[in-house]
Design a protein around this ligand. Sequence first.
Ligand code: G6P
Length: 612
Amino acid sequence: MCGIVGYTGPRQAYPVVLKGLKRLEYRGYDSSGVALLHNGKLSVHKKKGKVADLEEEMIGKDLTAQIAIGHTRWATHGEPSDRNAHPHLSASGKLAMIHNGIIENYALIKQELSNKGYTFHSDTDTEVLLNFIEDIQQNNNCSLEEAIRIALKRVTGAYCILLVHQDNPDTIIAARKGSPLVIGIGKGEHFLASDASPFIEYTKEVVYVNDYELAIVKPDELILKNLGNEKVTPYIQQLDIELAAIEKGGYDHFMLKEIFEQPSTIYDCLRGRLDASAGTITMSGISEHIEQLKNAPRIMIIACGTSWHAGLVAEYMIEELCRIPVEVEYASEFRYRNPIVNKGDVIIAISQSGETADTIVALEKAKENGAFIFGVVNAVGSSIARISHAGAYTHAGPEIGVASTKAFTGQLAVLCMMALKIGMKKGTISEERYKKLLVELSDVPEKVASILKNADEIKTIAEKYKDANDFLFLGRGYNFPVALEGALKLKEISYIHAEGYPAAEMKHGPIALVDDTLPVVFIATKDSYHEKVVSNMQEIKARKGMIISIITDGDTVSPGLSNDYFSIPEADEIVAPILSVVPLQLLAYYVGILKGIDVDKPRNLAKSVTVE
Ligand code: G6P
């Protein structure tokens, strides 16, 4: 949450930072601001609303700057407003700071500073940390860098901070713990940001800053130190993304682009790994740790949001194909309860961003207890990828739309390959079934493409039901998590209340909601549960609920029970979720846009939840 960006170098810094903020807006968009430093003069500009509102506010102002830092906010402490927007200015007016994260003990520090006579102009924890740093610098008569180090040793919580001081005309000081920071290395210039998207057209050379590291960044110098003031050698990596990957490419929204990219992103995920004709799956992260994985007494899957839904599908896959008991945990629950984790247990961490705070802390906790961590992550080089002992990237490319789509199908593809590979090595799956599933999986991209060709049918359905107040999504077996995901997608971007439920369990509660105004979406593809699901459809129909069903081509029963239906290609039930979720993504998208919602930036949400 919150996007931060900074630039120091020969270019005009403001346009670089403003463009960067637009790219990071998916991380938070309730207010934004910039601090500009030019010839020893520091100015701060900030505005409630989206980055476009800030841009408008800046028209006509002197925007010349050699150095700039910018922030787009997802509010934690203090409502979205101009005064709570970042950057914040210190009491002296000489030091400006932006922050992504939460300082948990800010109230105590604020009290100490208030007792010394400090007054605050915002409700944020950020302004407290900033003045704490300045206070230390003044009292200890030390460098800013030293003051930051002392302050950070006292704070608890998460942060990525960028600071500029009026008296240091070419330097940005940055530090991180728990919130991401990547530094782009140009020729005589440096870029700093929450992810690499703000600067990929300028440089592909990056350094991912680690927790408890401090970066002193000048146009032609990058010094990394730990909090003990020891120098750390920057590890420079090459990025493998192109500008086109983070642009809309002719689509109205990133979400639509990302839905339509799925045939190629799933293909990219399978490419080089799955060879159906040779009957092989090549995944080095698995091969190198196969003993650990196949002999695991149990597997725990830890994730949040959509990634947690992918974990639920994986539970069905792994238990069926590998016969290993699986538990799926919300990271936020796991981290605070007292879970039993034993040496030898395998944890699969699923995350699109690789930066979700709850997931990171849960993994650190499991790691301390001796668990083996396998990361299924989309963002290359992210924190979760680095914490994991081994892993497999989903290779879906940058996902910008707040509602996760292509990352989910990529996660399912990776998890399916994992289950197949472990099951084959363990001998819990027959060769015949293994080979059939390899073919099924390699056919998925083409089948997704054929679903997308009929997207207009979903648009027509969306037009018909867009004014409903509630939706119910029902599925069984592999399609139960898909029902949860369909409901989550609709909630996120249409603001319509939606619940996902196991189709049969619906009798124990949600059935009370059914009347002739309630759309009930059944994921009723042809699988081993199909007849049971058809019975559940009958139960809803008998109570006059409006049935929208996702069915398999050739199903002659479900259409007669449905007010509307959408047909998808036949597939084995293990891979079917990768197909059946696609019409639900489209349904949410079309309902959202028909209701006039900014689907890429729905209210209150953020793409990367880096606070707990
Ligand atoms: C946020 C996003 C969701 C995402 C979840 C977990 O809530 O809006 O789309 O599923 O975080 O994020 P992760 O990056 O760990 O998959």
